[in-house]
Design a protein around this ligand. Structure first.
Ligand SMILES: Cc1cc2nc3c(=O)[nH]c(=O)nc-3n(C[C@H](O)[C@H](O)[C@H](O)COP(=O)(O)O)c2cc1C
Length: 305
């Protein structure tokens, strides 16, 4: 998997459906992700969950993000995904890679011992990542925070995770360099990110507050192989093109941004692939607001306020 100067769209619960991912790819994103999908619910064949696996289009490169805490559940899920792909089930056909979520700050997730609660459980992490590497039919990586809280960060358990992924040769690690108990507006820790990059033997994707060329360049200058963008892509899906041009020329290009045309593109795909109404309403409202110059960001989910 080629990860060089990569511009990725983040997984976003309630946001990252096929239509939105397509809008971002057409505006320069190299790779996108589904929102986090609970592996246990895939195994139960829960329809609301399997509907989130919407990797129908080859020209919308998409990684599937899983939330999972048990190695046997992960193994069965990866075997099921492999089988569905072999059987030709359309929604599984264009999964380019698989990512595990160890960053979700939701108390619901953490209290069940999932997501960032796993970072300190080195033996469990080793089991999970060994299964991931062995059974994933496509390249695979993980998305992490620096721990649950300041104490875990101080103990630098994140460096142990990087040693583990170095050893297991995963394809990337995305780092959102803050702890799970920090809110969405807390600043990220560039020092910790630098430390991670200094020992990493696999590509590191930087994430957090990337809004434009200069903020992306700062991540690349630190040594990141790629950047992952969430909230700014909702406000401005052209951010990928802007960053790419900025990295080439040092200037931000003047791009004509037609949010309503982007909404039309979105709608065509949402209609064709039966995207759920709540996603469509969210995107209709955000594209319309942004077309009127209201550039605020409102999260559609309580898990990521
Ligand atoms: C609405 C929303 C939903 C999110 N859902 C997910 C998710 O499903 N999986 C995940 O790993 N991160 C999720 N995140 C976190 C983002 O991927 C990203 O790490 C975070 O927003 C920081 O990036 P940003 O500063 O570019 O927004 C979500 C963030 C937001 C705002």
């Amino acid at each position: 998997m080629n990860i060089q100067n990569a511009l990725w769209l983040s997984p976003m619960e309630g946001v990252s459906d096929l239509g939105f991912r397509s809008v971002c790819v057409k505006r320069g994103a190299d790779l996108t992700f589904t929102e986090m999908i609970r592996a246990e619910a895939i195994l139960r064949n829960n329809k609301a969950t399997t509907d989130l696996i919407d990797c129908y289009l080859e020209d919308v490169p998409t990684g599937l993000q899983l939330l999972v805490s048990k190695p046997d559940v992960l193994k069965q899920t990866l075997e099921l995904i492999t089988k569905k792909r072999e059987e030709g089930e359309l929604r599984y056909q264009n999964i380019r890679c698989i990512d595990l979520n160890f960053g979700c700050p939701s108390q619901d997730v953490i209290s069940k011992g999932s997501g960032p609660a796993l970072l300190k459980r080195r033996a469990r992490m080793r089991e999970l990542l060994t299964v991931l590497k062995q059974y994933s039919p496509v390249p695979c990586g993980i998305k992490i925070r620096l721990g649950l809280n300041a104490m875990e960060k101080k103990n630098k358990l994140y460096l142990g995770i990087i040693e583990l992924v170095n050893e297991l040769r995963l394809d990337w690690v995305t780092v959102h360099p803050k702890t799970a108990d920090q809110d969405s507006m807390s600043p990220i820790d560039f020092q910790a990110l630098k430390e991670i990059i200094s020992i990493a033997k696999i590509p590191i994707i930087g994430n957090g507050f990337i809004t434009d060329g200069p903020s992306a360049k700062k991540m690349f200058d630190l040594g990141c192989s790629g950047v992952m963008i969430a909230r700014q892509a909702v406000i401005n899906p052209w951010v990928f093109e802007e960053i790419r041009q900025y990295l080439k020329t040092g200037n931000t290009p003047l791009i004509k941004k037609d949010h309503l045309a982007a909404l039309q593109e979105y709608e065509m795909i949402a209609e064709k692939y039966g995207t759920k109404e709540k996603y469509r309403q969210y995107h209709q409202k955000t594209f319309q607001d942004h077309s009127k110059g209201k550039l605020g960001y409102h999260s559609p989910t309580k898990n990521y306020p």
